[in-house]
Structures are given as structure tokens and as C-alpha cells.
Design a binder for this molecule. Sequence first.
Ligand code: MN
Length: 713
Amino acid sequence: MSLESLIQSIKSYNPEANFDLLKYAYEFGEECHLGQKRKSGDPYFTHCIGTAEILVDLKLDLYTICAAILHDTIEDNEEITRDKLAWRFGETVADLVEGVSKISQYHFRGGSRQRQAESYLKLLLATAQDVRVILIKLADRVHNMETLSFQPESRQREIAKETFEVYAPIAQRLGISRIKSRLEDLAFKYTNPEEYKLIAKSLNQKLAEREDYAGQMAEEIRDALAQSGVAAEVYGRPKSIYSIHQKIKEKGTPFEEIFDLIGLRILVNDNADCYRTTGVIHENWHHVPARFKDFIGLPKANGYRSLHTTIMDEGHRIEIQIRTHVMHEVAEDGIAAHWSYKEGVPESETIFKWLRGMLEDIRELRNPNQFIKSMKHELLADQVYVFTPRGDVIELPAGSTSIDFAYKIHTQVGNTCKGTEVNGMITSLRYRLCNGDRVKIITDTSTHPVREWLRWVRTARAQNRIGQWLREQDRVQAIELGKRFLEIEMKRRRTDINMWLKSERVTEILQILNLKSPSELLQHIGTGQRLSADIMKLVAIDNSSEDIESTDGITFHSTPTIDLNIMGTDSIRIMKCCHPIPGDEVVAYVTKGKGISIHRHHCQRIANEEADRLIQVDWEPTDEISYPTEIIFEVQDRSGILGEVTTTIAAQEINIRKGNFGPADSNGNMATNSAFERVGYNKMMLEVTGLEQLEQAIRAIRQLKEVIRVSRN
Ligand code: MN
């Protein structure tokens, strides 16, 4: 289509349009695609104009038309950026073109047709700021479908399938039935070529005969309506090949009957005339009561309104749709109708009922983008759409983190995720994903889930998988711990535990205790459900028990020190009463069925516990994990001294979890002696890897000359 005929078509519905801008877009687009060819051999620019024409048919505004002309420029020409377009054509056109380029990257795989279309629509709404982006994308697809014959056969089928699965349903959701049936017919031609040909041929055979008859019927109805004083437009309506196929396949209508069917449409001025028209028709012809449908009283989900009735005339079935001009426009153009330039047509006539039963009155629909915004809010409030590095779309509940994403990809990816890259930047695993983020998970087989993740994840899937991993870890750890406890007892009786575990005795004991396996026995010991000392009574090997020694009033079995690899799981808990850290002299208290709790040697909480349940353990620090512990300090009054203390701590790479400082005294000083006396200690909870790091920090604080005293609490 030439620029001149494009201008003429737009002028017919929008005479005031900025044709200079259109001319500029036309020339600019033509230059951008200069030398590029379509598969058909045509210049590439014919596709851009073809896309624009489809939108002109929908009577869209000039920005949309310009954006359609330019829709492939960013993608196809490296020198063209959004900003360059904004500078030349303004923000709206630039945003529309950028939006189309963006959504062209998305792919959908798997899932039902319905679900794909819905996900896609939601995604488009999430990322496209403007619904006109979707309209351009649909027009782009229509034009590509019309020129599909130039593609290789395998590609044809693939594109046709995607059109069926994604684009036609979107057109339907948006109420644009014109584009919907055009896309369906075009796609059907490639997915079922044989059937397409058969239906097309049958349609053509009786075409003239049917058209004559329809014309005659239309004439009779027109007369009847004129006599009743109803102004109406009556005409025969074309049939879509795919809709005929559906009628045969899904509703089981016999082939012959379908081709005898005549479709008529009557357009009138207002609602009342719709019902009056129906009355006139039912008076003059036999109608099929069961086939009368009132979609005005009860509009379809996509906003479609009409009255449907079927009449019989000399053995012919005639299906009639009765609607107002405005209803007709919405039925054909759907959401696109709201950008249309129509004079003297009250918009308040139409109703849109949206996805998920959302109903909106068009009276409030002054600005269609406002409508899209509220629909977006409704639809997307609880979901977020992000991409894999390959461009596949992943749907997650809003607030999900990279960890949720990792588990959605695969359990193993979740269990080994170490870091994440969002939009090319290294980001924390805790980062909450936003719509349109491109997420890449960095895995490392030496990493594993930690309990803290449970607080960060939003999906049930991630929760379950992390919980599963931790439970399994707890089990393995409890078995190991139980084995160590039992080993200590066995060593004192000079028995080798591995030999014993394979012996007949174990089987007997398992029977007595009603346990299934040696590992279950060890697990029970490890979690404290059974005491190793009690087991030993059953074992009853050599009973030469040794002395019990006493240290600082706490009684221990004289056990050798054992190593504990503490992972902060359920089976081993580090107690908050005394805040032990690696390097401390620590005691493991075997609870009654709730695993092991670790206390400092002097902790009052364990002072009166049974000796049987206390085990001295050795706890070596690792660099990876920090544990909280509390210090108290007292300093001389000087402004900024608290800041210096905290800076000194930070310089040791120690995190301060919380600080509790005394309120200021009468001189406005916070950390003075008087404040110390009045309110107690200045306290800080530090996170350290072990005793050594804590002592280093205390030494460093002591070097500040205002520090009077500092110690562990
Ligand atoms: Mn295109």
C-alpha cells in the first residue's frame, strides 16, 4: 500500500490525524529496512505496511499506526534505539515499538492451550505498559500468517500451531473476533490442509445459490421491519472455515446441514430495537425456541452482546444475530474499539466482562489504559513473570526469590544454588523477583540448603524441598551423632562398635526395642530418644564402668572429647541462654527426644541435669558460619565513642546483630559510668566464627583509650 492510500484510509475515520508524522515514519521505516527482503522476495518494508494496514482496519489512532510501521526497526537495525525513536517520533511511539520488540523475545512451552494463552496475556500485560503493544503484535502475526506460504513446511506448521495456541485465544480474550477468526482460518489452512480444502470447496459450490437466497431473505426481513417502523441494516454474514470445522467436529452438526445454513445479521440503533426486531421476526416466521439466546441481558465473558435466534423458512435454517451498531463494533473489534474514532456513538453502550469474571462498565472506561491498569492489578497482584536465560517464562507467586525460581527449575538446581544473576548482575539469593527479570542461577555442588532459606521462600515447592533436605540431613546427622555417643560407651568397655553393629546381639536388642534397623537405633540415640547408657545396660558386655569426675560442680562422664560438626539443624541446637561459640568449652545436653542442645560449660540451665545426659564436646570453628554471642562494655564519656567502638568491631569483619546502649545521662552522654550504673550494661550481640575472632575483637576494643572495661557477658 502506498503512503497516499494509507493516508486516505486513515482520513476516512480520523481526518484530524498528524499526517506529517505518518509520512516521516513511513520514510524512516523504509530507509531502516532498505535492502532487507522477505522470504517471498518482497522488500521487508511491505510487512511493516501490511501490519499497519490491519490496524488501520481497526481504526486505531495514529501513534499505533506509526509504531506498527516502525515495529521491527529496533530488532532489525542495530543503530535504532528506543531513545532515537523517542527523539524523532515522541515517547508514545517509542514505547510502543520497544514494547513490541520486548515481547517478541518470549517463548512459551508446555501447558494447555488455554493456560499458555492466559500466561502469555498476563505476561504481555505485565511487561507491555500499553495494550496497543498487543494489538500491534496481533497485527504482525496476522500479516506473517498471510505470507506463511513462503516459509519451509516444518516452520509453517510450527507457526500455525503457535497462532492457534497463543494468538487466536488472546484475540478472543480481547474481544477482537475479526482478528481471531482471521488467525484461526489462516492457521487451520496449515495445520489441517486437507480438511481446509474440503470445506472451502463445499462452501464455494453452492455459494451463488446461497447468496441469492440470503439476499432474498434479507429483503423480506427489511420489509417486515420497515412496516413496524424499525430502522435496520440487514445483510448476509460470511462464514469462517474454522468455525464450520468446529461445528462439525465439536457439535456434531451434519456436513450437509451446515452448508444449507444461512447466516444473517441485523444492526439497529438501540437496545429496545433489538428486542422489537426479534418480536417482528418471531411473528412472521417460525423460530426454534431452544435456539434463542440473549447475550444482551447476559453478555459473554469477553464483552460480546447480541441476540441470537434461528428461524425456519421452506426447510432452510436461518441463523440471525441482532445487535446495535455499537455492540457490533465491540463484537468485531473488542478492546480495539475503544481507540477507534467514532462520531456520535455513545461509548456507554458496551460492557466488558473480563478474565476471571471481572466486570467493568464501559461508562468508567474513559481511558482504556486505565482499564488495562486495573485489570493488570487484578490479574497480576499475586503473580510475577520472569525469564530463564533462554527466554522461557516462569510464573511465580509475587514476592518469590531466586531460591523459589531455582526450585521451580529443578530440585537439584535449588539444592545446589549458590548465587544468582538477575538481568546480568550478581544479586543476593534473597532478592525478590520483579516482572520481566531475566534470572540465571549459579550452582555449586559443594553448597547446600540452609534453614534460613525457609524464611526467604514463597512457594510451597521450595518450602517442601528445603524441608525435605534438612530433615534428611538431620536424620543422617542424628545417626552419626548416635554412633559417636555409643562408640564412647563401647570404647570404655573395649568393644569395637562396627563389629558389634554387625553382631547377633544387635538383632536381639532391635527386637526388644521394636526398632527396624541399626541405623534407626543410632538415630534414636542421636536425637536423645534413647540414652547410650541405657542401651549399654541392654548390651551388657563387660561391665567395668569407670569413674565419674567432677569439674566446677558439673558432673560428667569421663568421656573423651568428640568433634561435632554443627550445622544449625534440628538435631543440634545452640542455646540462647549462654550463647556458646566454637572454641568455648561446651557441653552437649541430650534432651528427652528433642536432640542435642549445646551449652557453655558454666551455664546454669544444665547445672542440675543428670550426668547421663551431659557430654563434653569439642567444637571447632569453621570460617563459614557465624554464631551470636554477647559482649558488655563500659567507656568514658566522649562524643562519637560509641561509633568508634562499632567501627572497631566492623573492622574485624564482625557483624553487630543488635546493640543495647544506655540512655543519655544529664550531660547528654550515653556511655558514661553514670549511665552504666543507672541502666546496667552497654551490650552488643556480635556474630563471630569462634572464640578466637571474639577475643581479637575484644583486644581491639580495649585499645581505644576511653574503654574502661569490655568483656563477654
Ligand atoms: Mn514483524
